[in-house]
Design a protein around this ligand. Structure first.
Ligand SMILES: Nc1nc2c(ncn2[C@@H]2O[C@H](COP(=O)(O)OP(=O)(O)OP(=O)(O)O)[C@@H](O)[C@H]2O)c(=O)[nH]1
Ligand SMILES: [Mg+2]
Length: 226
């Protein structure tokens, strides 16, 4: 009897968890007005060039070939939309996931960098269905000015965001913890409240359920507000 009960609890947990059942590339857009119709919740992934945006998206979607990854920075140049279908229990939800080009790519010409800044600012500020921006930070490094400045811009524009520390498999747990702590200490200099954060790895898949759980909560809230 007890065995049967514990088994059904495990089954119940699996039943409650969100799983991605379909993930497909849709379109790459050069500007916000060329993006697909904003008819469902949207989540964007942004961060320094090479921080692991495309790898994280592939890890979340269980598909290593979905978003193009590369050891050479600057691979992602446009606003890339993916259509996602997820299921929680019997409820299906459709949403967009967006892979954005990275910032801080030193080799990019200044003119291109300006164009990037305008494209990203326009997209982030005008995309009405954008529910959350995931800002990716490399867990191997101490706080970087460029990331902190980008986060300050999001504050100025009053946009919702969460922080995702990436590549955690490349460091000892103590070092990851230290870098997370240092990052938030730096953020505290300008911010009264600190954002929610996740520690992830595209290799060992840590953080996957937490990030997807967060998306699921946002999707539910959006549905209730419809
Ligand atoms: N060990 C490890 N390597 C990772 C992880 N995530 C990404 N990488 C590697 O880091 C490099 C860059 O990954 P991408 O996912 O292409 O990074 P990106 O942020 O999309 O890069 P751009 O599109 O060029 O801005 C690749 O060589 C990946 O294999 C991770 O969690 N762990
Ligand atoms: Mg990329």
């Amino acid at each position: 009897m007890f065995y049967k009960l514990s088994c059904s609890i495990a089954e119940w947990c699996l039943f409650c968890m969100m799983t991605i059942t379909k993930a497909q590339y849709l379109i790459s857009s050069p500007s916000v007005d060329k993006c697909p119709k904003p008819d469902r919740p949207e989540y964007a992934f942004i961060g320094r060039s090479n921080v692991g945006k495309s790898s994280l998206i592939n890890m979340l979607c269980n598909n290593t070939k979905l978003a193009k990854t590369s050891a050479a920075p600057g691979k992602t140049q446009l606003i890339n939309h993916y259509t996602i279908e997820s299921v929680t229990g019997k409820a299906k939800t459709n949403w967009f996931l967006v892979d954005l080009p990275g910032y801080g790519y030193a080799k990019r010409a200044q003119k291109l960098r300006k164009e990037w800044t305008k494209m990203i600012e326009d997209y982030l500020r005008k995309r009405g269905n954008l529910l959350n921006i995931f800002i990716l930070i490399d867990a191997r490094h101490e706080p970087q000015k460029i990331d902190l400045e980008f986060i300050d811009s999001l504050g100025e524009w009053q946009l919702p965001f969460t922080i995702v520390f990436t590549k955690a498999d490349k460091e000892k747990p103590g070092a990851v913890e230290r870098h997370v702590k240092l990052f938030f200490e730096k953020m505290k200099e300008n911010w009264e409240f600190l954002p929610q954060y996740f520690v992830t790895s595209a290799i060992d898949k840590r953080g996957k359920n937490e990030v997807l759980g967060f998306v699921e909560d946002c999707n539910k809230t959006a549905k209730q507000q419809e």
